[in-house]
Design a protein around this ligand. Structure first.
Ligand code: SF4
Length: 292
């Protein structure tokens, strides 16, 4: 049996930083404004230390310190925190902050803003709030076509180059799909469009590696929570190349896989929100069970 753990596995820079902040402040009566990572094992560990997730600021006690997660929040949330006179620690990932700044600046300049991503994802909800929720949000190639055709047909100002559009993407968006969407928008919106490549570096590297490993190994185990956006993206990339790709949250899921793992080459890929110990647990079990 050959086992390969992807080089870019487990917590990314932004998540590592946010999780470290939480653990460094465990003795300070903290409260998580939204899940710090989309991983139930880590959240359960935090619950044991009496750190809970709250999504409604009104329900947070005055003596708590609010932790803003790596996905970031909109200006409305900072205003509300101030209004409620709550202390907070901001763990917004700098890559997300950069997108927020781009969006705010362009909104202030009256440019129209396109976000490529999932409109229900907290990162996108936060970014959109910097443009007073006025962004056009496109989640896939099909929507990009519909959007570009609609704008081109109805927007006479575009033809006269009077209106300027800018486009950013969710930091964890599929980079291949984003390239296709960029081309669709560029073809239709021509010179009136400026595109910012805002998929973060670690996401890009993980996706490239997932693409390569899933093409070269018999079986791919993607470890991560099914609620995590970047887990899902990695799973989708691998599944396209390799039908023997499985999403597992923990060891128990590995044993549900209806395939003989013996004498197979296995790639282990883990999302940016998967704790290291889960990766090691799966790897160790595979080594013990199948490598003797
Ligand atoms: S995936 Fe990228 S943008 Fe998101 S938290 Fe991690 S490093 Fe930051």
């Amino acid at each position: 049996m050959k086992i390969k753990i992807a080089k870019y596995s487990g917590f990314c820079f932004g998540v590592k930083r946010a999780v470290k902040t939480v653990f460094d402040n465990l003795n300070k009566n903290i409260c998580l404004f939204g899940a710090i990572v989309n991983n139930k094992y880590l959240l359960n560990d935090l619950k044991k230390s009496s750190v809970f997730v709250e999504t409604n600021l009104d329900k947070i006690d005055k003596n708590k310190i609010v932790i803003i997660r790596a996905h970031g929040v909109g200006p409305n949330i900072y205003d509300k925190i101030k209004l409620l006179d709550l202390d907070f620690i901001d763990c917004t990932c700098p890559f997300v902050k950069k997108i927020q700044r781009i969006v705010k600046k362009n909104f202030d300049s009256k440019n129209k803003i396109i976000i490529v991503g999932n409109q229900n994802h907290p990162e996108i909800i936060g970014i959109n709030a910097y443009a007073n929720n006025s962004c056009f949000i496109i989640k896939n190639i099909k929507e990009a076509f519909i959007f570009a055709n609609r704008i081109q047909d109805c927007d006479i100002q575009i033809k006269n180059k009077l209106e300027k559009y800018i486009c950013v993407s969710q930091t964890t968006f599929d980079f291949k799909e984003f390239s296709k969407i960029k081309k669709i928008l560029e073809n239709k919106l021509n010179l009136n469009l400026k595109i910012y490549d805002t998929i973060c570096d670690t996401t890009y590297k993980r996706q490239v590696e997932a693409d390569e490993l899933s093409s070269n190994y018999n079986i791919v185990l993607v470890i991560g929570d099914e609620t995590s956006s970047n887990t899902k993206k990695l799973f989708d990339i691998c599944k396209k190349n390799n039908k023997n790709t499985f999403l597992i949250e923990d060891l128990a899921d590995m044993y549900k896989i209806n395939i003989d793992l013996k004498n197979k080459s296995i790639a282990i890929i883990a999302s940016a929100s998967t704790p290291k110990y889960l990766i090691e647990k799966v790897n160790k079990e595979l080594e013990i069970k199948y490598n003797n």
